[in-house]
Design a protein around this ligand. Structure first.
Ligand SMILES: [Zn+2]
Length: 275
């Protein structure tokens, strides 16, 4: 199907994404932009997801979407083959067969303002945010720190995190005293352990992020660092998809933009055994 003059194209969608999440903001190691598809093809129905996994591609094919926009890239390092004998290679075949373009905005969306961590902060009621690790434009950069409207206990705030993020088997883990008073909150969507010290130095009472390991958190806590809340990587980035949907709907009148609700977190069960 060829795009008509008034039909938004994949190239139009890429332009809207680049305006909101400029490629200059991406980290040097990252991959972003169009991964698969024809820029001239129509983009009338666009599906948004965190991960370009087969379940999302199947949802897009079943729903007659023309384009998928994800946070994570399908390919991060160089490839010499897209044969259908790997998951990513098969995904390329499935996308082409179904006529679906795939694009992504990764660290360019993490660093942008508003970006991935702004959406996470907003979902948790954290206001007046500034980056934890600013770039040369001080509004942009990784992580955010801001304030709750009212102080609350760490236990109550953890309950709020569990209630306000989409449900996952991973759930919400807390390192800290449940009675600890929380008003300054740092967040980082995705893997944020590199900002643990920055969160403490910025005066955070608690830091919400994902992909945290035993020794890092043990050392952080023993050194007097802020409380930490560990959430699912997928759940921490999912709130940004609604921001991306608003950006695309505003920039592409006539396009239908939907957010996938498929939980693409790899964890499928979490059994609790309290001491
Ligand atoms: Zn991520």
């Amino acid at each position: 199907m060829q795009a008509s003059l008034n039909t938004p194209t994949v190239a139009d969608a890429l332009g809207v994404i680049a305006d909101a999440y400029p490629g200059e903001l991406a980290e040097g190691w990252d991959a972003y932009g169009l991964m698969c598809g024809d820029p001239a093809a129509p983009a009338l129905r666009i599906l948004l997801a965190v991960d370009p996994v087969p379940a999302v591609v199947a949802q897009a094919a079943a729903g007659s979407y023309n384009m998928i926009v994800t946070h994570h890239p399908l390919f991060l390092s160089g490839v010499t083959s897209v044969a259908a004998d790997t998951v990513a290679g098969r995904t390329v075949h499935d996308l082409i067969r179904a006529g679906i373009a795939l694009a992504n905005a990764h660290t360019n969306a993490d660093n942008a303002f508003p970006g991935v961590s702004d959406a996470l902060a907003a979902a948790l009621g954290v206001h007046d945010c500034v980056p934890l690790s600013p770039l040369s434009d001080p509004k942009t950069g990784l992580g955010r720190i801001g304030s709750l409207a009212e102080p609350m206990s760490l236990g109550d705030f953890a309950n709020r995190v569990a209630a306000d993020l989409p449900g996952t088997a991973h759930g919400v883990r807390v390192a800290g005293d449940a009675s600890h008073r929380v008003v300054r909150v740092a967040v980082c969507g995705g893997s944020g352990d590199s900002l643990l010290s920055a969160a403490t130095a910025a005066g955070a009472d608690v830091y919400v992020t994902s992909d945290l390991k035993h020794h890092r958190i043990q050392d952080h806590v023993l050194a007097g660092g802020c409380a930490v809340i560990d959430v699912s990587h997928w759940a921490s980035e999912w709130p940004w998809l609604e921001d991306l949907a608003r950006v695309l709907r505003a920039g592409l009148p006539g396009a239908t933009v939907d957010v996938s609700r498929i939980v693409t977190d790899p964890w499928t069960a979490h059994l609790r055994s309290m001491p």
